[in-house]
Ligand binder design. Structure first.
Ligand SMILES: NC(=O)c1ccc[n+]([C@@H]2O[C@H](COP(=O)([O-])OP(=O)(O)OC[C@H]3O[C@@H](n4cnc5c(N)ncnc54)[C@H](OP(=O)(O)O)[C@@H]3O)[C@@H](O)[C@H]2O)c1
Length: 200
């Protein structure tokens, strides 16, 4: 399978890469790193990337961010940054990517536990994660009519991030990387579609 892995050099993405690399042809993409460069916040850059790499069997996105701040300080700009990066970055990859998938192809996006299990300073991420989940639920039926599957993996804080950001997640159980990667494998190699694959 030819797999495009946007964010393939990141904390989660590199684990997906390690697990799949022996059996599949994987192209990693990042804004600075990876086999191919793309700015997921810029639709033109996404188009250019697909022109360079051609069709793929699976598009996987483990990238996109949103700011953390206290609710009393939040402004429209905080939300716009999350929309630009984690929400529309992933949605644009999916919208453009659907035209560059081989028959039977799949799309896998990433949201996160904060859509339903909040933390302090996380209101923007809670909003954006819920929006990404909503896009996948809303788009899956029409994509299925064209033989394309789409899912979103929603991880809890992952083990490899626990040291750096675990203090923001009091009482949360860091998720072993093998379980996180399995969530992506279920979407890429399995048969499900329209699913929010929760890995908490
Ligand atoms: N880590 C966690 O505990 C956790 C838990 C739940 C959900 N998530 C979500 O999972 C996703 C990945 O998290 P992570 O911790 O693995 O992130 P990370 O370690 O910061 O890695 C981010 C990856 O995205 C790429 N990237 C950044 N900006 C980009 C852009 N504009 N265009 C294309 N690629 C870009 C980076 O490559 P370059 O540096 O080359 O741009 C890198 O490969 C995020 O959406 C995050 O919110 C993470």
């Amino acid at each position: 399978m030819k797999i495009l892995l946007v964010g393939g050099t990141g904390t989660i993405g590199k684990r997906i890469y390690w697990r799949l690399q022996d059996a599949h042809e994987i192209l990693t993409a990042g804004s600075k790193s990876g086999d191919v460069q793309v700015d997921m916040t810029d639709p033109r850059s996404i188009e250019e990337m697909f022109t360079k790499i051609g069709k793929v069997d699976a598009l996987v996105v483990a990238a996109g961010s949103a700011p953390m701040a206290p609710v009393q300080d939040l402004t429209q700009e905080h939300f716009q940054e999350g929309i630009r990066s984690k929400m529309m970055g992933q949605i644009n990859l999916a919208l453009i990517g659907q035209k560059h998938l081989n028959p039977g192809g799949s799309i896998t996006l990433t949201s996160g536990i904060l859509s339903e299990d909040p933390i302090a300073l996380g209101a923007v991420l809670s909003t954006i994660n819920a929006a990404v989940n909503g896009f996948v639920i809303g788009a899956a039926g029409e994509l299925l009519q064209r033989g394309i599957r789409i899912n979103v993996v929603s991880p809890g804080i992952v083990e490899d991030s626990a040291e750096a950001i675990g203090s923001y997640f009091p009482g949360h159980n860091p998720v072993p990387m093998e379980r996180v990667v399995n969530g992506y494998l279920k979407s890429i190699l399995g048969i499900c579609t329209g699913q929010v694959i929760k890995v908490y």
